[in-house]
Write a protein that binds this ligand. Structure first.
Ligand code: ATR
Length: 294
């Protein structure tokens, strides 16, 4: 790939950054679309977040992705916040604007697009979010924006689930989310619901774990997305399928949040679906190479 001296340069700030698939994905998008663009890993220690954002500005970076553990820490250093990022309380994309960076959260539109691919409906439907961290907040924002009928947030720490419910019920001006503790899963109201699994339980190398180990729990889930993409098929997904439901992993969400960021930095293009799919194949191969997709 030819990168000229006039190339638009972006990167991903993370700590650690060595396992990030984002450089592979974005440079592939640029190559396929014939854009003069380069995307580099940026290893930023937690104590250096402010100087990293200012330094990125000084060296004329067009934007950055922001990931673990910096998604909240960058907020004080952005010039402007997109309303979605503000509601979620996390930024995963910075876009160069007048006088500073504007912070966005493309995890939410990425999740929404992945849900649509799975044929999941939001409006008026009953949902379950497992977990109450950053990814759960993106899910709550997507479900609230799409006018979900009801959402139960099931989390190990009930207090954290209750805080999430309070925050988003207030944001959307209706009491559609309620909190439950993971250990009370047997007290879930009867009926079937769609689910988003956002905890780190079952992530490589702990592939043999699921947030709930009881097979009966999974009979209440019709369709699910697990945001984990290593392994490609988690124990959670396998248990949903064993109970007769449909389950998808987190690679689509990762690809779609990336495509959404790429389009924010390069507003003249739309990343075609077939390019996103080809990037997915490349990333699956890279994960196998890292030994993480087992
Ligand atoms: P992210 O931003 O990726 O969502 P996070 O903010 O660290 O990550 O949240 C991790 C989520 O996984 C939380 O819901 C956490 O539960 P707690 O709020 O109770 O900590 C959940 N989680 C992590 N390890 C867990 C475990 N062993 N069992 C159950 N839930 C777990």
């Amino acid at each position: 790939m030819h990168i000229s001296a006039g190339a638009k340069v972006c990167g991903v700030m993370a700590y650690p950054v060595e396992h990030s698939l984002s450089p592979l994905m974005h440079n592939f998008f640029a190559q396929e679309l014939g854009i003069d663009f380069a995307y580099v890993p940026l290893k930023v220690r937690p104590e250096d977040v402010e100087s990293a954002v200012r330094g990125a500005w000084a060296v004329n970076l067009a934007g950055m992705n922001v990931t673990v553990p910096h998604k909240q820490a960058v907020i004080p250093f952005v010039r402007e916040l997109d309303p979605g990022a503000k509601a979620i309380g996390a930024v995963n994309t910075l876009v160069r604007a007048e006088g500073g960076y504007k912070g966005y959260n493309t995890d939410a539109p990425g999740l929404l697009r992945a849900m649509k691919d799975e044929g999941m409906d939001i409006e008026g439907q009953d949902w379950l979010i497992i977990g109450a961290g950053g990814a759960a907040k993106a899910a709550a924002f997507v479900l609230g924006s799409g006018h979900a009928g009801s959402v139960i947030v099931l989390n190990r720490s009930r207090d954290r689930a209750a805080a999430l419910a309070r925050e988003f019920n207030e944001h959307f001006g209706r009491d559609f989310i309620r909190a439950m503790s993971l250990e009370e899963y047997k007290a879930l109201p009867h009926g079937k619901r769609q689910a988003v699994q956002t905890t780190s339980v079952g992530m490589y190398p702990r592939n043999d774990a699921a947030p709930v180990e009881d097979a009966d729990f999974y009979k209440g889930i019709t369709k699910a997305i697990d945001v984990i993409y290593t392994p490609a098929r988690t124990k959670f997904s396998a248990m949903v399928e064993a109970a007769g439901g449909q389950a998808a992993g987190g690679l689509s969400m990762l690809l779609y949040q990336g495509a959404a960021a790429f389009e924010l930095w390069n507003p003249e293009v739309t990343v075609p679906k077939e390019v996103i799919e080809k990037a997915g194949q490349l990333m699956r191969k890279a994960l196998k190479g890292q030994g993480e997709d087992k």
